[in-house]
Design a protein around this ligand. Structure first.
Ligand code: NDP
Length: 293
């Protein structure tokens, strides 16, 4: 078993991002600028946004956090997004999910200017990704590609089984792994909660990407010997064992799956760290107008 170490891979890429950000500052007189909107105070969301902001500072970006409490109206939130869309000092805008029930996440996603949509959720970016055109790739799938690249894993011709078909992870991942690129060129099976014989299908995977949201769902008896395992899941449980008061678990039963895998991502310390790198790379590309003018 070899570890796909998100800390190692992300730190290496962040050094390159920091160098490019410094060059951008020297040329343009400003830093790449990411704005995050956080609604409410969900524990997980607080942690993710804080980490994104901290990483921006680390690589020499400017970051701004706009907070609302849960009672913010959809109208007010959309008005703020439109205001930021017009602000030329902002390169990237993200709205942390989940949102309170009275706010439609689809409306929020579509209101963000696709040229600042560094999370890569906007239909324009998803559509362009589908057609292999320059776009912001959704941050988590992008992070997974960067991880595979960092460890020079050749995915060509492999059977990639993805568990979970969400718009932000599983579905875009299936497109990226199938396209004519490396990483890519896989034969892809996209599975979900209605899939029959899930265990038999996962057992066929040379690469298994688990994005389900269920602690230790993928067990050793479901995995082919030598498979590459990418665990996207972040399942947060309160714990008396840690200083923070909670513990994170993946969607894969790491202790039992790791010995039979060839490569595996840990949780924490795997895909989560690479997601932030995906976000930073998109923000830098936006500032440098590499995707859209
Ligand atoms: P969603 O809840 O949006 O989607 C979950 C998917 O898993 C759905 O497609 C669902 O199927 C499928 N699923 C649920 N139960 C089963 C089952 N028993 N068998 C097969 N498929 C099942 O989740 P996300 O994609 O947003 O997130 C997935 C996990 O990844 C979560 O733990 C989340 O916290 C984590 N995550 C981690 C990130 C990171 O940076 N590491 C970033 C984003 C998410 P159906 O469509 O049929 O309901």
């Amino acid at each position: 078993m070899n570890l796909l170490d998100g800390k190692f891979a992300s730190e290496k890429i962040k050094i390159e991002i920091a160098q490019e950000a410094a060059a951008f500052l020297a040329e343009s007189g400003r830093k790449p600028h990411l704005v995050a909107i956080l609604v409410g105070n969900d524990g997980g969301s607080e942690t993710y946004v804080a980490s994104k902001m901290k990483n921006c500072e680390k690589v020499g970006f400017r970051s701004s956090l706009i907070r609302y409490d849960n009672s913010v109206t959809e109208i007010d939130l959309l008005a703020k997004i439109k205001e930021i869309n017009q602000d030329s000092s902002v390169d990237g805008l993200i709205v942390q999910l989940p949102l309170p029930k009275h706010i439609d996440p689809e409306k929020v996603t579509e209101t963000i200017d696709y040229r600042k949509d560094v999370d890569g959720f906007h239909p324009v970016n998803l559509g362009r990704m589908m057609r292999n055109l320059p776009c912001f790739i959704p941050a988590t799938p992008y992070g997974i590609l960067l991880m595979l690249q960092a460890y020079q894993i050749d995915t060509t011709g492999k059977h990639c089984v993805i568990v979970g078909r969400s718009n932000i992870v599983g579905s875009p991942m299936s497109i990226l792994m199938a396209r004519n690129a490396n990483p890519g060129n896989c034969t892809v099976t996209l599975t979900h909660s209605k899939t029959h014989n899930l265990k038999e299908i996962i057992l066929q995977g040379d690469i298994v990407i688990a994005a389900i949201g269920r602690k230790k769902f993928v067990t050793a008896d479901m995995v082919k010997r030598g498979a590459i395992i990418i665990d996207v899941g972040i399942n947060r449980e309160t714990s008396t064992e840690t200083k923070s008061g909670f513990k994170l678990f993946g969607d894969v039963d790491f202790d039992n799956v790791a010995p039979i895998s060839s490569w595996i991502t840990p949780v924490p310390g795997g895909v989560g760290l690479m997601t932030i790198v995906g976000l930073l790379k998109n923000t830098l590309a936006s500032a440098k107008k590499e995707i859209y003018i």
